[in-house]
Design a protein around this ligand. Structure first.
Ligand code: ZN
Length: 382
């Protein structure tokens, strides 16, 4: 991987293969926490979110076993409660579509043979119920993220586990939202169909309702089917952006002169990190300029004007600039810059224009012991 490839890479695996052995336990742990935060909204409020924050604040530290036990006890209880908490919240959202109802309980309300609203209400109730179940399942995966962060040692295995849980939690949570939206839409369509029920053309309207349900089913199947790939893609991109924020550009060495670490700079860096107030990073660039900092890469990262991050950097705890200012990760900072791999030597041009040797030529060469063509493609014998 060259420097240019590194800076524009969206391939987290390739980046970690290049830089993983240089990252400290703290940096691995913070990377996993940043990935875990991608499902922050799916993690129920309370002890689980507190546990994730605690992991960030104590990333990579050798833990006091008593503190870990206390944390584990708190978050185990919260994890057990998470699915029900999420189901209750989702239930409130789709209450109108009656998620608890047995779809078969929607019976015809009069003696007429068909009621055009019934298929719509049945489908609405089915999707509402599914949405509530999925909300619970997503919360369980999100709670799993916190368990992995709190219980596994930092490193590749922890990160891989967190990524899998985040993808699953995100996929199922989005499916829950899609099903909730479909439930409410079908419920509204059912209400409209019921209002129109004037006894005329009821068979036609019943068939139209069935068609509406089928269309919704088909559209949902496509959207839900695409989620897995979309979430995997988003995961690779997000992890790559966090690796870039934590590792910076490992092909370069950066200067951070002691006199640039003024009280204003250090206090602001700490405040931004503590409050995750990364929108204040441009102010950090101003404070650094006031201290006569002229390290352009540092200033650009703070201002979000690096050429290789057109969407702006994805700052997270462990951001290389904040770490540099706060004098953290000295071993990582002092490591010699990565060296790009040597350019691949161009293959010798095919012997264009050389007349094909005739059988007689080959025979003559063989007799002279000078036939070099035969073994060209064979690997050397070792
Ligand atoms: Zn950053």
């Amino acid at each position: 991987m060259t420097e240019a490839e590194w800076l524009t890479s969206r391939d987290a695996e390739a980046m970690l293969a290049r830089v993983g052995d240089r990252l400290s336990d703290r940096q691995w742990h913070l990377l996993a926490c940043a990935v875990g935060r991608r499902v922050w909204d799916v993690i129920p409020e309370g002890d689980l979110r507190d546990a994730l924050k605690w992991c960030e604040q104590h990333a990579g530290e050798a833990q006091d076993p008593d503190a870990l036990d206390a944390l584990a006890a708190r978050h185990a209880a919260a994890r057990a409660a998470a699915p029900e908490q999420a189901r209750a919240a989702q239930h409130a959202i789709v209450r109108a579509a009656d998620p608890d109802a047995d779809p078969d309980s929607f019976v015809h309300t009069d003696e007429r043979k068909v009621n055009a609203a019934v298929p719509l209400f049945q489908a609405a109730s089915r999707y509402a119920g599914l949405s509530v179940e999925q909300a619970g399942e997503a919360a369980l995966h999100a709670a799993g993220v916190v368990s992995l962060l709190a219980e596994l040692p930092p490193g590749e295995d922890q990160l891989d586990g967190v990524r899998r849980c985040v993808v699953e939690a995100g996929r199922i949570r989005t499916a829950a939202s899609l099903h909730a939206a479909a439930a409410l839409k079908l419920m509204a369509a059912g209400d409209t169909a019921a209002d129109l029920d004037n006894g005329k053309n009821v068979n036609v309207r019943y068939a139209a309702s069935l068609e509406k349900v089928t269309k919704e089913e088909e559209s949902l199947a496509v959207k839900v089917g695409d989620l897995e790939e979309a979430k995997q893609r988003a995961d690779r991109k997000a992890v790559a952006r966090y690796v870039l924020d934590i590792a910076g550009n490992p092909f370069k060495l950066y200067r951070m002169m002691p006199e640039w670490r003024t009280e204003a700079v250090v206090e602001l860096a700490k405040a931004i990190e503590e409050a995750r107030a990364y929108d204040r990073m441009p102010s950090l660039a101003d404070a650094l300029l006031d201290a006569d900092c002229d390290e352009e890469a540092v200033l650009r990262h703070c201002r979000g004007t690096e050429a290789h991050t057109p969407d702006g950097p994805a700052h997270t705890r462990g951001c290389w600039v904040i770490d540099l200012i706060l004098n953290r990760e000295p071993a990582f900072v002092a490591a010699p810059p990565l060296v790009p791999p040597p350019p691949v030597a161009a293959r010798p041009a095919a012997a264009k224009g050389r007349p094909p040797s005739s059988g007689m030529d080959r025979l003559l060469k063989a007799l002279q012991g000078a036939d070099e063509d035969e073994d060209d493609d064979k690997p050397p014998t070792l």
